[in-house]
Design a binder for this molecule. Structure first.
Ligand SMILES: Nc1ncnc2c1ncn2[C@@H]1O[C@H](COP(=O)(O)OP(=O)(O)OP(=O)(O)O)[C@@H](O)[C@H]1O
Length: 311
């Protein structure tokens, strides 16, 4: 296997109605990464995932998964990929364990002799061993999502593809899934997950790609993406009005004063001089720092607008 687990070139999907859902995507997902596929609703994430999994044909461009072309090599590739797309299909009247037994029995490449052991291991893996005998309809949404993950983990996988795995979950359910994703990645599985939540990607992922309107606007290590954006200068002071005036004079752009915090874009010049100017003007400075840029800062810098999750 090469260094990338997913590789697309010019991947494009135009739906029959004429909607250009994915537009010339060049995506590279390094092996071993937890890769966040970030974009607002409708930006083309699910369409991309469906092309990667060979569920729909691209209009143009190519996609390689685990080194093989998709959808042509679906049969060779998909047994090595665990996928959770659009929520798991569960039988409510069956227990969690029986759901997995049934799911595994429907898999032509699954070995029936190891079925019970693999089901127990998967239940254990996602923390459902104690609730395995309960009917699935009595499960919380988070437990259902974990059962879906267990189904994806019945076989050893090189790649896990999770489409919005925390969508609709309460904060506790979200935490459980995020912890699980980190653990799975710790085992060496490459995890590709889509999300419209910036902070989720920042908390869980090593790498990310950012989509808007079917186009990729950035990809790389999360730390590098954030570093590409400049952090904000934050001055803590009981004299915010005066501080804001001096900072503007010193070339600080986009100055925002709120209570005892005045923030702005750091200027090119030496920050020691900016600080000295504040003090000379009689501003009482309690704190003077440049806060590390977040992925959100990077997004705003790239698009010139806020991260809009409406839709
Ligand atoms: N089967 C389809 N036929 C026509 N247009 C579609 C189809 N599926 C999706 N689209 C359109 O393609 C665009 C991208 O949709 P897609 O579902 O890939 O985005 P997404 O980023 O996954 O959003 P969401 O998180 O809401 O699923 C949207 O404008 C959507 O309306």
């Amino acid at each position: 296997m090469g260094a990338s687990v997913i590789d697309t070139r010019g991947l494009t999907k135009r739906y029959r109605g004429g909607q250009l859902a994915v537009d010339g995507l060049d995506l590279t997902v390094p092996a071993g990464s937890v890769f966040g596929f970030l974009g607002p609703n409708g930006s083309g994430k699910t369409t991309t995932i469906r092309m990667l999994m060979g569920l729909i044909q691209p209009t143009s461009g190519t996609a390689r998964v685990l080194g093989h072309p998709m959808p042509r090599a679906s049969r060779a590739v998909l047994p090595h990929v665990g996928a959770l797309i659009e929520g798991p299909a569960l039988y409510g009247f069956l227990s969690g364990r029986d759901n997995l037994l049934r799911y595994d029995a429907a898999d032509p490449v699954a070995d029936p002799r190891t079925r019970r052991a693999r089901v127990e291991a998967a239940l254990e893996r996602v923390g459902l061993a104690a609730a395995a005998a309960k009917k699935a309809k009595a499960y919380s949404l988070g437990m259902k999502q974990r059962l879906g993950l267990a189904a994806a983990l019945l076989q050893p996988r090189e790649l896990l593809v999770l489409d919005e795995p925390t969508n609709g979950l309460d904060p506790q359910g979200m935490r459980e899934i995020r912890t699980l994703v980190r653990e799975l990645a710790g085992d060496g599985t490459t995890v590709f997950l889509s999300s419209h939540l910036l902070d989720e990607i920042e908390q869980v992922c090593t790498h990310a790609a950012v989509m808007t309107q079917g186009r990729l606007i950035a990809q790389g290590a999360v730390a590098d993406l954030a570093a590409g954006a400049r952090g904000r200068l934050v001055v803590t002071t009981p004299d915010p009005g005066e501080a804001a005036r001096v900072l503007k004079e010193q070339g600080v752009a986009d100055v925002v004063a709120a209570e005892d915090r005045v923030t702005g874009e750091p200027p090119e010049r030496d920050l020691a001089e900016v600080n000295a100017a504040l003090v000379t003007a009689g501003v009482r400075v309690r704190g003077f720092v440049v806060e590390r840029a977040s992925l959100e800062d990077a997004f705003v810098a790239l698009t010139g607008e806020g991260f809009d999750v409406a839709g």
